[in-house]
Design a protein around this ligand. Structure first.
Ligand SMILES: C[S@@+](CC[C@H](N)C(=O)[O-])C[C@H]1O[C@@H](n2cnc3c(N)ncnc32)[C@H](O)[C@@H]1O
Length: 297
């Protein structure tokens, strides 16, 4: 459990081993102590795609710059509350300009929101360590015939510094049968190489393929989740599961400052970490997030 500053007592709901704050992400984060969170996994509201019907919501700004600036302020505070070896995993989707004034691009153009945010976070001091394509095999058909149907979003892995906690073994993928065959074949070839002594790991073909599987790739094929309760912008639980397994150990605090229906907090609880959520919409806090964490306990 973590200590809650008295300024935040009225907005805090203790649940599972952690809890959720009702309020604006930036305001709540400002009251949290430095370096208490090991891993932040979140999906901020996308630009101009949804109205959550609450005052102070992010996502309805008139320009991409204004939207990006707001997210940078929130994630600046996230960096402060993150431990030095912590990680941030941020899921972002894009928007096509539908003729709004101040889009920054022409009507029909893709705005490029995820990369605008990623570059702005880099400028603010974050290390951009990986972009991940979340490939949605069940993407909705679109009524377009002059461009491909969008079937992906981005997840960015960002860190405070060059060195950070990352458990590659916790998220390895199965090797492809061809890779194992190729390695066995290569092994035969390497036996003939004189310099073998300089590469001792090549002596044993089993060591050429990691016994726990290959390193996680940067394209994740995961079907979309349906809506949870009355929240329609949720991500599937497989996404936070991967990020939490790679980015933390049992007992660590995992933060989602845009908790929505509580998907990240549910996975956090199931994986034996401590959930810490923030959500502006009180209905989501009471009707979705708290029951979701309780069900996962
Ligand atoms: C894309 S949804 C998150 C969905 C979540 N990943 C899930 O699977 O349920 C973004 C959430 O951010 C919330 N939100 C919007 N502006 C906010 C703000 N200023 N502070 C905190 N939460 C905010 C919205 O109410 C919405 O529930």
């Amino acid at each position: 459990m973590f200590k809650v500053h008295e300024n935040l007592r009225d907005s805090f709901f203790s649940v599972g081993g952690g809890g959720v704050f009702h309020g604006d992400a930036l305001q709540i984060l400002k009251e949290l102590p430095d370096k208490i969170v090991q891993c932040c996994v979140t999906s901020p509201p996308y630009w101009k795609l949804k109205d959550y019907g609450v005052k102070g919501q992010i996502g309805l700004e008139s320009t991409p710059e204004e939207y990006t600036e707001k997210l940078v302020s929130v994630f600046h505070e996230v960096r402060r509350v993150l431990k030095d070896d912590g990680t941030l995993w941020i899921n972002l989707g894009d928007t096509y300009c539908r003729g709004w004034a101040h889009c920054g691009v022409k009507t029909k153009e893709l705005v490029g929101i995820p990369w605008r945010v990623a570059f702005a976070l880099q400028r603010d001091g974050w290390y951009l360590r990986s972009d991940v394509i979340w490939h949605k095999p069940d993407a909705m058909p679109e009524g377009v015939n002059d461009r491909p149907t969008r079937a992906h979003e981005y997840i960015f892995l960002m860190t405070k510094g060059k060195n950070y906690y990352y458990n590659a073994d916790a998220i390895r993928e199965p090797h492809k049968p061809e890779s194992i065959k190729r390695m066995a074949y290569k092994y035969k070839g390497y036996r003939k190489i004189k310099s073998l002594s300089e590469r001792p790991h090549y002596r044993n073909p089993e060591h050429m393929c990691h016994p726990l599987g290959r390193n996680k790739r940067s394209v994740w094929t995961i079907p979309k989740s349906g809506s949870r309760g009355n929240h329609s912008a949720t991500f599937p639980s497989e996404i936070p599961e991967i990020c939490i397994k790679a980015g933390s150990k049992a007992g660590d605090i995992i933060l989602d400052p845009f908790a929505g229906s509580g998907t990240t907090l549910q996975s956090t609880q199931q994986l034996g970490r401590i959930p810490m959520g923030i959500e502006l919409n009180k209905k989501y806090v009471k009707k979705l997030i708290i029951p979701t964490i309780l069900n996962a306990t």
